[in-house]
Design a protein around this ligand. Structure first.
Ligand SMILES: *Cc1c(COP(=O)(O)O)cnc(C)c1O
Length: 463
């Protein structure tokens, strides 16, 4: 009997979970007191839990289930590949069909001359690859001192030692003596929280110019690369002002700094184009991919690098790789996922139909007394919660009101995440107009209930 098909009741599962399962980014004792929700099945944009509740997944899992749940074609692609060739490595002068086909397909889809793929198992390890890759690039070019990578506070680039070091999450740096040496940070282009009295346009320029100042401070001959998400995801879906990216691109070119676009969230249709770099109008030298690459059905990630970078790397032996780099089953599933994205014109539908509709509905939340700003690009969106929109004030104990909202969302069977006092969504790209209506209705209900509680708790006065 399959142990997974005949599982015990919820309370017993929760007890076993508390006894043996350590969760990521979780305070274990707090979770045990409450008991985690047990997700048992999913279809389209809908999750089902062990109590039979139907939950609308406003987060596409963890920003990854771009084509929605329940696509048998991916299961069949995995089964087929497992029977044909379940595993082989690509280390020692060998290769296999799925890795070749996926690399070729990614080269075709990626913009510009991003034509070469190094595979990893996820986004974090792909960014670890990027650290070694850009440093090796400069070393091979005879500039081994060019090893500093500039990143941004509140960026998310993963949770390995390299990924967490590149990320700008202070809570993560605080555990395990991070960041590693050679990583520098500039401020994020979060106008709502940090823009003060400047206009968004002026603020975007000012934040971008911090990169130039940092390059001068470190020394232009010491800087290898700048890494950033086209639109920050885990940091709270921070959409930079229009002036930001063109200036960043100018500075990278002027100082010959490699630009790494971490597209782990933005890639594969999330912003309404295949890649976020196209949406924000940049030409990176390296892009990090994962999540939507397989719609999360199986772990796979990687780095796509330009002809220029690959040309230099090819001159030496790159002493780096993972047992599961280009795993044949993962590649087969990713290929099937890309086929579906392309043939069903899912990204066109996002850009032309569903994202514009979601934008209208999302921006409509601006009439709610808790909401200060509503931001959206394609199918990733955020709202800022505030006690006073006019002054863009923050709540006294940041995160408290975000948590209240998230708990109401949980109770109303909608997955919407809180990041401090921002609420974010990133639904499957296949979400329909009707489902967007359900999502917005539940979001609004959750905000209303949260507002009542915020008033009752005296966290804000009626506006
Ligand atoms: C999720 C994420 C990562 C890390 O990917 P994992 O697959 O969790 O290792 C890296 N960068 C960005 C932008 C992400 O959102």
């Amino acid at each position: 009997m399959n142990i997974l098909a005949n599982y015990p009741p919820t309370a017993e599962l929760q007890e076993m979970d508390a006894a043996h399962h350590l969760h990521p980014f979780t305070h274990a004792n707090e979770l045990s007191d409450k008991g985690p929700r047990v997700i048992t099945a999913a279809n389209g944009v809908w999750l089902k839990d062990s109590e039979g509740e139907e939950i609308i997944d406003g987060m596409a899992g963890l920003w990854c289930v771009n084509i929605g749940y329940g696509r048998d074609e991916l299961a069949e692609a995995a089964a087929r590949q497992m029977k044909e060739l379940p595993y082989y490595n690509t280390f020692f002068q060998t290769t296999h069909v799925p890795a070749i086909m996926l690399a070729q397909k990614l080269a075709e889809l990626a913009p510009g001359d991003l034509n070469h793929v190094f595979f990893a198992s996820g986004g974090s390890d792909a960014n670890d690859t990027n650290i070694r890759l850009v440093r090796t690039y400069w070393a091979e070019k005879g500039q081994p001192d060019r090893d500093v990578i500039i990143s941004r506070w509140n960026a998310y680039h993963g949770s390995t030692i390299g990924g967490a070091s590149l990320g700008g999450m202070k809570g993560m740096h605080g555990q395990g003596s991070l960041p590693i040496p050679g990583i520098e940070f500039i401020d994020q282009p979060n106008w709502w929280a940090e823009g003060g009295d400047t206009t968004p346009e002026a603020f975007g320029l000012e934040r971008a110019q911090q990169l130039e100042a940092k390059i001068k401070e470190v020394g232009p001959d010491k800087v290898a690369a700048f890494i950033a998400e086209p639109i920050q995801g885990a940091g709270g879906v921070i959409v930079p002002p229009e002036t930001y990216w063109p200036e960043i691109q100018r500075i990278c070119k002027a100082y010959d700094i490699l630009l790494i676009a971490d597209e782990v969230i933005c890639g594969f249709g999330r912003t309404g184009n295949w890649f976020g770099s196209q949406t924000v109008g940049i030409e990176p030298d390296v892009i990090t991919i994962a999540k939507g690459l397989s719609s999360g059905y199986i772990p796979i990630g990687g780095s796509i690098v330009s002809d220029k970078v690959a040309g230099v790397l090819r001159e030496t032996e790159f002493n780096h790789g993972y047992t599961y780099s280009g795993h044949p089953v993962a590649c087969a599933v990713a290929l099937e996922n890309l086929r579906i994205l392309e043939e069903e014109k899912i990204i066109d539908t996002v850009r032309d139909v569903t994202a514009p509709y979601l934008r209208e509905q999302w921006e409509g939340l601006m009439d709610h007394p808790l909401v200060g700003e509503a931001k959206i690009v394609g199918m990733m969106a955020s709202i800022a919660l505030t006690p006073d929109r006019a002054t863009r004030a923050a709540f006294p104990d940041p995160g408290t009101v975000g948590f209240i909202c998230r708990d109401r969302c949980f109770a109303n069977n909608i997955i919407m995440r809180s990041v401090g006092d921002r609420l974010i969504i990133s639904p499957p790209l296949t979400i329909s107009i009707e489902e967007i209506d359900i999502l917005i209705t539940r979001a609004r209900k959750s905000l209303d209930e949260a507002y009542e509680q915020v008033l009752a708790d005296g966290l804000m006065k009626t506006g």
